[in-house]
Design a protein around this ligand. Structure first.
Ligand SMILES: Cc1cc2nc3c(=O)[nH]c(=O)nc-3n(C[C@H](O)[C@H](O)[C@H](O)COP(=O)(O)OP(=O)(O)OC[C@H]3O[C@@H](n4cnc5c(N)ncnc54)[C@H](O)[C@@H]3O)c2cc1C
Length: 319
């Protein structure tokens, strides 16, 4: 029987690890609770009055300092925005992980809830992602069990990895993410604002005319507005529908004028957004148990850190 490695999480870290291993002839199988790979590289789609809308509501743009990530972005068709040093997916950010996932075996919409077995013969129990919620007890419904896997690579945010690997809690607990409330809003008229804003000491950390990115409907006037960590924490448990108006009111303070009501709007809460306290090493690998961990949280809150972490973990298994 050929050996297969299970990778839990198909964000950039999981995809990077998977591609590294697959390129060396090692069989991999990814599990992700999302409907598609990509994790925080995500694009929300909606329709309003017959018009298709889209918003990159997670990572806004990607920078590649090293050749590995630069080559991956190139292969996935990324384009510069808003300057030559920053890149975005075409027609949306989610196109990048989709391209990077090509040819990989991914079991989507499944929440990996338990790792059972022993080194060399791990089994993964997973549930319908609609039933299982992170941080709550696993559903009473019977899971699907897959395996055996020769190794397991866990590439989900550290606070969620504690649920899967409670024995690693001491190493994972110091990792801290900032949360981020994000509002997506479509307007009928152009707002009197530049394409990108990064105000200092403001309730808003970043705002951008998402429709100004290449390959989008440039006339759609779609905005992504990210609250700064302090504002997000002050509103963390609010309902999404109660976030849109106050955050757009904050956007109006940047415009210096009242803004029109949005024609369509929604809010998304990222509990794990950018890193405030990373692990400080590229990955964790227990060679005896053959269990490893990777993710942006190992290094820094950037997409490239996730990519590098996944690749470094995979290289520890198969140089
Ligand atoms: C609002 C926001 C803005 C950002 N802006 C930028 C930016 O401009 N530039 C930049 O470089 N970076 C940015 N980032 C950070 C960047 O998105 C991340 O660093 C990177 O995408 C992390 O990749 P990852 O693979 O480590 O984790 P993730 O992308 O979080 O992937 C983890 C995956 O694991 C899955 N998962 C979790 N738990 C389970 C489970 N139990 N079972 C199965 N699957 C599970 C998730 O569905 C997810 O797909 C931003 C992030 C956010 C949220």
């Amino acid at each position: 029987m050929t050996e297969t490695i299970a990778i839990l999480g198909a964000g950039l870290a999981g995809l990077s690890a998977a591609r590294h291993l697959a390129a060396r002839g090692i069989a991999v199988r990814l599990f992700d609770k999302g409907r598609a790979p990509g994790g925080r590289l995500a694009t929300r789609r909606a329709e309003h009055a017959g018009r298709r809308l889209q918003f990159d509501h997670g990572a806004q743009y990607l920078r590649a300092a090293g050749p590995g990530f630069a080559a991956a972005l190139e292969a996935a068709g990324a384009a510069p925005w808003p300057d030559p040093a920053r890149r975005v997916g075409i027609p949306g950010m989610s196109a990048l992980p989709r391209a990077l996932a090509e040819g990989l075996a991914i079991t989507a919409s499944r929440h990996a809830g338990r790792i059972l077995g022993e080194a060399g013969a791990w089994r993964i129990q997973h549930w319908d992602a609609k039933e299982a919620k992170p941080g709550t007890p696993l559903p009473a419904t019977p899971p699907i069990e897959d395996g055996p896997f020769s190794a397991v690579l866990v590439t989900i945010p550290a606070p969620q990895a504690i649920d899967l690997l409670p024995g690693m809690a001491d190493a994972l607990r110091p990792v801290r993410y900032a949360p981020c409330w994000t509002v997506m809003a479509h307007f009928d008229a152009k707002l009197p604002l530049p394409d990108t804003l990064r105000p200092e000491g403001h309730a808003i950390g970043w705002a951008a005319r998402d429709s100004s990115k290449p390959g989008r409907d440039g006339a759609a006037e779609c905005w992504v507005v990210q609250a700064a960590p302090a504002w997000t924490r002050a509103h963390l448990e609010a309902h999404a529908e109660d976030i849109v108006a106050p955050l757009l009111a904050e956007l109006a303070t940047l415009a210096g004028a009242p803004l029109p009501a949005p024609a369509w709007a929604a809010a998304h809460r990222w509990r794990y957004s950018l890193l405030e306290a990373p692990l400080g090493q590229p990955f964790l690998w227990d060679a005896t148990r053959r269990i490893g961990l990777a993710g942006d949280w190992c290094l820094a809150g950037r997409a490239e850190a996730a990519w590098d972490s996944g690749a470094a973990l995979a290289a520890a298994l198969a140089p």
